[in-house]
Write a new protein. Structure first.
Length: 215
């Protein structure tokens, strides 16, 4: 274990000696020359050299202090940016969790209210309750936008209900009963056509939008 440091020392020793010789001289004559040159100067010149040396040292120290505070300020700014980014990420995460919870709650609500629900029997029963005649009930899917996550959990259905002869009061009553039924149904479109020679009754067509889940 002791052979390795000795071998390294033998290799580095000539390099160290050459560097020392170049800086200080072979017998430290560079230092002696520097000291002799200094003492050959006049007192004012000596004072100038000493003042310059002190100024150089002071400048170096001042530069080091300024550089230190600049680096500290840069690090502080980077830290502030990192903390701000972390705070933003946490805020977005919380918002995402809240949105996800609301989304799951909506899907669960649709599932509870419309589980085992069928549109055609509902509208036939509702027409009898209100006392109006229904000539046809047809369903068709209404696909949501591909970017809408609700489309992966919920099926949107447009239900077309035809009323061949209905008065305005009963039509309004039917609409109110549909929307307050608790099955999340909404009248999306309403088309009313007058009947020739009859001012009390009309032909109506409702487009009702409903939602179903796959569970």
């Amino acid at each position: 274990m002791q052979l390795i440091p000795s071998a390294m020392q033998e290799k580095l020793s000539p390099l160290i000696n050459r560097a020392r010789e170049k800086i200080f001289g072979s017998h430290n004559e560079n230092i002696d020359l520097l000291v002799d040159s200094f003492y050959k100067l006049t007192p004012p010149q000596r004072n100038g050299v000493l003042g310059g040396g002190v100024g150089l040292i002071f400048g170096f120290v001042l530069f080091s202090i300024i550089l230190y505070f600049v680096q500290v300020n840069v690090l502080q700014n980077e830290l502030d940016k990192s903390l701000q980014a972390l705070s933003t990420i946490r805020s977005l995460k919380t918002e995402d969790q809240e949105t996800s919870a609301r989304f799951d709650g909506l899907v669960e609500t649709i599932n509870k209210k419309n589980k085992g629900f069928y549109f055609k029997p509902f509208f036939e029963k509702m027409s009898k309750t209100v006392g109006v005649e229904v000539s046809g009930v047809s369903e068709r899917d209404a696909p949501l936008d591909a970017s809408d996550p609700l489309g992966k959990k919920v099926k949107v259905v447009n239900v077309e209900v035809k009323l061949p002869k209905v008065s305005i009061p009963k039509l309004l009553n039917l609409i109110v009963e549909i929307e307050k039924s608790g099955h999340l149904l909404k009248v999306h479109e309403l088309k009313i056509t007058g009947q020739y020679g009859n001012k009390l009754y009309f032909e109506a067509q409702l487009l009702v939008r409903g939602y179903l889940t796959g569970t």
